[in-house]
Design a protein around this ligand. Structure first.
Ligand code: SAH
Ligand code: MG
Length: 943
C-alpha cells in the first residue's frame, strides 16, 4: 500500500500543476537542561523546533494543513492524507505510525549503517561519498579502506539523520555526530576506529573490488593547486588566502590537516557546507579532544573538550558556522558534482567570498548583499509599504536568517486594531477596512522574543513585514558582528568634497522612533522646520547613480558602483551621511562625499578583489569617496503619507473623531456623505453606539459595492446567532448611489451627517450645490466635515518653496522633465468663485496637493471662510478642529468643521426622524433619485 503522499503524487502525475508542500517548524521553548558540571563547552541547543506543520496546496482544491509532527515527513504525509480525504479518495489504510525507537535501537541502526557504508556493494554506488572514499583509499601511505569519521558525519545523509535522531544537536555541531560515530564504530564488528577518528574496514577489500573500484576513473594523478581561506583563531592575525598544494596520490584531508598543523586527515573536522557559499565550501579545523557526557545515549547533554586550556576559540569561524569552533580553520571548496564524473573538484575560494559570507550572517549584511550595495545601503528602519521597499522584504530576510542560524521559523500573529473585533480569528475579519498590526515571535538566545509592527497597516502583509523588520533590528544588534577596531581617520576637507566627521552621522536613526504624529524622525529631530530645507520629501523614492572609491595613500580604486540605485528617503535605507546629503539635492545634482573607513571588512566584502592586495593598515588610512548623482525622484502618495507618517494612520484618526462625536451626541441615525468603500461605516458598526439607522452615499458604485461586502460580512455573517452583539441596536443600513449635488428626500432628518475627505474631490459648482443641499435640505442636527489642510503639506512633502505647483502625486519627476504641470492654484479667479477665499495663497501656491484626484486643498482660513458662510446661510454654528498634529501652526493635517443646527426643526423630530421626510417632500417637491445599492434590515423592523 503506497503512502498518502505517493497516492497523491500518482493522481497528479500527468497534470501540469503539482501539489505543493509548505512545511514550517513550530516553536517550542524548552528550558535549557541544567547541568551540574561546568565543564561543558559545547552545549546542545536549548531551543528546538517543536515539530513540523505542513500546508499542502493541491491544484484546484482548498489547501489543507497537517497536525504538528516531530518530523517533516510525517507532517507531509498527514497533509497528503487530509487532502485525499477532502478530495473524496478517503485514504483507507491507517497511516503507519512511525515506530518510536529507543536510543539503544537507534545506536544499533547507526552501527549497522556504518558497516554498510564500508561494504563493497554500497561504496560502488554511493554518491557523493564514493569520490571521497576513492581518494582516501588511494593515498600513498597505504591506509586503504580508512576514512575520517568527520567525512562520514557530514557526507552520508543516513548517518547524519541517525545521529540527529540520537541527539538533535548533532545537526548543529558535527562534533556530536563525530562522538556518536566513533562509539558506533567501536561497537561494530565490521569496522574499527583507529587513532581516534579514523574509521576503517576490518576485512581488507577483495582484489577484484580494488581493481574495479579504484581502477575506474582514477582521481587525477596530476599535481593540483587551489586557493583556500585561512582563518586564524587569533584575531590579531588577519584572514588570508592560502594555496593548497595537492601532491599526486595524496588525500586532500591530509593536506588540509598539515596546513592546520595536525598530522593527518582524520584529525580534522569537516563542517557542513556553508549556506550560500559557492561550490560546497566548508570549514576544516582540528578536532579538539572531546568526550560525550554522560555516556548513556538516553540523555547526552554535551561535549566535553578535554585539554581545553590550549584551545583558542575562533570567533570568526564560529560566526560563519553558528557553533563553536576552536583553533585555526580553513575555508575550502572540495566537492563533486554529477558533472565532475566521479572526480573531486577543488575550487578556489576568494577572500571576498569569506567576507561576504561573514557579512551575510547578520540581518543587515544580508540586506546589503541582496541589494549588492555594501558600502551604501543599510537596513531601513521603517517599513511603509511594499511599493516603497527596495531589496529583499523583511519577512524573507528574517526567515532566511532563522534558517541560516538554525532557529525555528518566526511566527506571525496578526491582529486587527479594531478593538472589538480583536477576539475574532483573523479569517473572519476579511473585507474589513480596518487596520492591522502584527506580532512576530522569534526564538533567540533561549528566549521567545516578540516584536510589534511599527504602526497600523491597511494591508496585512505590510503589518507582517513591519514586525519582521523590528525583529531584524533586534537581531542585528544581538548577532556578533565584526568588531569596529579601526580608528577614525581625521580627514582634511578637500575643495570639491564635503567632509563629515563620524560624529555628524545623525541620520542613522534608531528604529524605535518611527514616525510619530507627522514628525518625520530622520535626524532624530522632531522639529518639522528641519524639513523645509530639504529638496526631497520623506517617503519619496530616489534613484541615483553612484561610485564609491577607496582613496588616499596613493590608492585610487573603485570599490562599488551602481548605475541606478533606488531607495526611499526618510527611513534610513542608506548610510546616514549619504541620506542627509541626498535629501537636500535636486534632480541632476552631483555631490561628492568623503568618509573615513570605519569598517574595513565591509570594504573587503565588496566584489573588488584588488583590495585584497592592499595591506589592511593601508586600507584603514584611506577614505571612501562617494560620488552621487540624483537621477529621479518619485514623490510619496497621499495614502502612504497618511499611514506611514501618522500613528495611528490619519484615516483612522478621522474615523475615531467622527465616532467620538456620534457617541457624544447619542446619535440614533447617521448618514455618511461620500462614504467611499465604507471605512467609517465599518468602524461604526463594530462599536457600541446608539445608532439604529445608518445610510451611506457615494457617486462611485465600485466603492459602494466594496462597502456593502464589508458591512454584510460584519453585520449579517458575524452577528448570526449572537443577538447580544454590539451591533444588535442596528436596525437598518442603506447604501445609495448618487451625487451629493442632487437631493434625495430619503436623506433628510438624520441626527448626524459626516462628509469626510469629500469636498476636495468636487468641482466648485457641484460643491456649492452639495453644501446647500446638505445643510439646507437634509438639515442634519450635526454635520462633521473634513478636508486636508494644505498648510500642513509642507511638513509632509518637505517642499522647497521655489518649486512650482503641481497636482500630481505619484508623478515621476525625471531629469529634464517639465515641473510645471497644470496646478489648480494657477487660476485664483476660479478659486475665489468657489467660496470667496482670502488671498493667502503665497505659500500654498508652491505646494503639491496630496492626491491626483483633489480639485483643491484649502488653507485653514479658506476652509473656515467657506464653512462659516455656509453655516450662516442655513442657521448653523460651526466649530473647527482636526486630527494629525496639533492646532498650532501649521494646523492639523486634517481639518474638521463641526456644524451644529441652531434650532431643532420640531420638538418631535428627535424621536421620529422620518416624519420630517414627508414634510419636506411635500413642501419642497424633491423626489427620490438615488439608487439603493444595498440594504440591511433587522428582522421585524419596518420602515
Ligand atoms: N469618506 C471616505 C472616502 C473619501 S474619498 C473616507 O473618508 O475614507 C472621497 C469620496 O467622495 C470618493 O469615494 C468619491 O467617490 C466620493 N465623491 C466624490 N464626489 C462625489 C459626489 N459628487 N457625490 C458623491 N460622492 C462623491
Ligand atoms: Mg481626499
Amino acid at each position: 500500500m503506497s503512502s498518502p503522499k505517493a497516492t497523491l503524487h500518482k493522481l497528479y502525475l500527468h497534470s501540469e500543476q503539482q501539489p505543493r508542500y509548505e512545511t514550517v517548524s513550530v516553536l517550542v521553548n524548552r528550558t535549557p537542561s541544567d547541568d551540574a558540571s561546568g565543564t561543558i563547552l559545547v552545549r546542545p541547543l536549548a531551543l528546538q523546533p517543536g515539530g513540523f506543520r505542513c500546508t499542502l496546496f493541491v491544484p484546484n482544491c482548498l489547501p489543507v494543513t497537517s497536525d504538528v509532527f516531530p518530523r517533516k515527513r510525517e507532517a507531509e504525509q498527514d497533509a497528503a492524507k487530509k487532502a485525499l480525504e477532502q478530495m473524496g479518495c478517503a485514504y483507507s489504510c491507517e497511516m503507519q505510525l512511525p515506530k518510536v525507537s529507543t536510543p539503544e535501537e537507534k545506536m544499533e541502526a547507526l552501527v549497522e549503517r556504518i558497516g554498510a557504508v564500508f561494504s563493497e556493494k554500497v561504496i560502488m554506488s554511493f554518491y557523493p561519498f564514493r569520490e571521497h572514499f576513492k581518494v582516501a583509499m588511494t593515498r600513498k601511505d597505504g591506509r586503504s579502506g580508512a576514512v575520517p569519521a568527520a567525512a562520514l558525519a557530514v557526507l552520508d545523509n543516513r548517518i547524519s539523520s541517525l545521529c540527529k535522531s540520537l541527539h538533535v544537536s548533532s545537526e548543529n555541531d558535527p562534533l556530536f555526530a563525530l562522538a556518536m560515530i566513533c562509539e558506533a564504530a567501536r561497537r561494530s564488528s565490521f569496522v574499527c576506529c583507529e587513532n581516534g577518528y579514523l574509521i576503517k574496514r576490518k576485512v581488507v577489500f577483495t582484489p577484484q573490488f580494488e581493481a574495479e573500484f579504484l581502477g575506474s576513473n582514477r582521481q587525477e594523478e596530476a599535481y593540483s593547486k587551489f586557493k583556500a581561506v585561512y582563518i586564524p583563531s587569533s584575531e590579531d592575525l588577519i584572514v588570508r588566502n592560502i594555496e593548497i598544494d595537492l601532491e599526486p596520490r595524496s588525500y586532500y584531508m591530509d593536506t588540509l590537516a598539515r596546513n592546520l598543523g595536525v598530522r593527518e586527515g582524520s584529525e580534522i573536522m569537516m563542517s557542513r557546507t556553508i549556506p550560500r557559499a559557492p561550490n560546497d565550501a566548508r570549514l576544516y579545523y582540528a578536532i579538539p579532544d572531546i568526550q560525550i557526557i554522560p555516556k548513556s545515549w538516553e540523555t547526552p547533554v554535551g561535549v566535553v573538550l578535554q585539554g581545553k586550556n590550549e584551545l583558542v576559540y575562533n570567533r570568526r569561524a564560529s560566526d560563519l558556522l553558528g557553533y563553536s569552533v576552536y583553533g585555526d580553520a580553513i575555508l575550502a571548496s572540495v566537492g563533486s558534482t554529477w558533472k565532475s564524473e566521479g572526480k573531486l573538484v577543488f575550487a578556489d575560494v576568494s577572500l571576498s567570498c569569506y567576507y561576504r559570507l561573514l557579512l551575510g550572517r547578520t540581518p543587515e549584511g544580508n540586506y546589503k548583499l541582496k541589494r549588492d550595495a555594501i558600502l551604501v545601503s543599510k537596513l531601513p528602519n521603517s517599513f511603509s509599504s511594499r511599493a516603497q521597499w527596495r531589496g529583499t522584504l523583511p519577512r524573507s530576510l528574517l526567515i532566511d536568517f532563522c534558517h541560516q542560524h538554525r532557529l525555528a521559523d518566526p511566527d506571525f500573529v496578526l491582529h486587527s486594531t479594531n478593538p472589538s473585533s480583536d477576539m475574532l480569528p483573523i479569517e473572519d475579519r476579511k473585507g474589513s477596512n480596518g487596520s492591522y498590526r502584527c506580532r512576530a515571535k522569534i526564538v533567540h538566545q533561549d528566549q521567545v522574543v516578540e516584536f510589534e509592527s511599527e504602526h497600523h497597516y491597511r494591508n496585512r502583509c505590510d503589518a507582517i513585514q513591519s514586525a519582521a523588520l523590528r525583529a531584524l533590528f533586534h537581531l542585528s544588534k544581538k548577532v556578533p558582528t565584526v568588531p569596529h577596531h579601526v580608528q577614525n581617520v581625521q580627514l582634511s576637507p578637500t575643495s570639491t568634497s564635503k567632509c563629515l566627521s563620524l560624529d555628524d552621522r545623525a541620520v542613522g536613526c534608531e528604529p524605535e522612533n518611527g514616525f510619530v504624529n507627522g514628525n518625520v524622525n530622520s535626524e532624530g529631530s522632531s522639529n518639522p522646520v528641519d524639513y523645509l530645507n530639504k529638496a526631497i520629501a520623506a517617503g519619496s523614492m530616489v534613484c541615483m547613480s553612484y561610485n564609491v572609491w577607496l582613496v588616499g595613500n596613493g590608492v585610487n580604486m573603485k570599490v562599488e558602483a551602481h548605475e541606478e540605485f533606488e531607495f526611499q528617503i526618510g527611513v534610513g535605507g542608506i548610510i546616514g551621511e549619504l541620506e542627509s546629503i541626498i535629501s537636500g539635492m535636486h534632480i541632476d545634482a552631483y555631490e561628492e562625499l568623503l568618509l573615513p573607513v570605519d569598517n574595513i571588512e565591509n570594504i573587503l566584502a565588496t566584489n573588488q578583489e584588488t583590495v585584497h592586495d592592499l595591506e589592511n593598515p593601508v586600507i584603514e588610512q584611506c577614505s571612501l569617496k562617494y560620488c552621487i548623482k540624483v537621477l529621479r525622484i518619485v514623490e510619496p502618495s497621499e495614502d502612504r503619507m497618511e499611514s506611514a507618517l501618522f500613528s495611528p494612520p490619519l484615516s483612522k484618526q478621522r474615523n475615531e473623531f467622527a465616532l467620538g462625536k456620534i457617541r457624544e451626541l447619542n446619535a440614533k441615525s447617521l448618514v455618511d456623505f461620500g462614504c467611499g468603500s465604507g471605512s467609517l461605516l465599518d468602524v461604526v458598526v463594530d462599536q457600541i453606539t446608539h445608532l439604529e439607522c445608518i445610510a451611506g452615499v457615494d457617486i462611485s458604485l465600485k466603492s459602494l459595492l466594496r462597502a456593502a461586502k464589508s458591512l454584510y460580512t460584519k453585520v449579517v455573517l458575524q452577528k448570526n446567532g449572537d443577538e447580544d452583539n454590539y451591533s444588535s441596536k442596528l436596525k437598518k443600513i442603506v447604501l445609495y448611489e448618487g451625487s451629493l449635488a442632487q437631493p434625495d428626500p430619503r436623506l433628510c432628518g438624520f441626527d448626524i451627517a459626516t462628509c469626510m475627505e469629500v469636498v476636495e474631490h468636487m468641482d466648485p459648482e457641484p460643491l456649492k450645490r452639495a453644501g446647500d443641499i446638505i445643510l439646507g435640505k437634509y438639515a442634519p442636527r450635526t454635520l462633521i466635515l473634513s478636508t486636508p489642510n494644505i498648510e500642513y503639506n509642507v511638513l509632509l512633502q518637505k517642499v522647497a518653496l521655489d518649486t512650482k505647483v503641481s497636482s500630481g502625486e505619484n508623478r515621476v519627476v525625471s531629469s529634464g522633465a517639465c515641473l510645471n504641470s497644470s496646478g489648480h492654484f494657477e487660476e485664483p479667479a476660479e478659486r475665489s468663485s468657489i467660496a470667496n477665499l482670502s488671498d493667502d495663497e503665497s505659500n500654498a501656491q508652491s505646494i503639491r496637493l496630496r492626491n491626483d484626484d483633489h480639485r483643491f486643498e484649502w488653507t485653514r482660513s479658506e476652509f473656515q471662510e467657506w464653512a462659516n458662510s455656509l453655516a450662516l446661510r442655513f442657521g448653523y454654528t460651526v466649530e473647527f478642529s482636526g486630527v494629525g498634529g496639533c492646532a498650532e501652526d501649521p494646523g492639523f493635517a486634517t481639518q474638521i468643521a463641526i456644524f451644529t443646527r441652531d434650532l431643532p426643526i420640531s420638538a418631535s423630530e428627535e424621536n421620529r426622524p422620518n416624519s420630517l421626510k414627508a414634510e419636506i417632500d411635500a413642501s419642497q417637491r424633491f423626489f427620490p433619485c438615488y439608487r439603493e445599492v444595498w440594504k440591511y434590515k433587522k428582522e421585524g423592523f419596518r420602515k
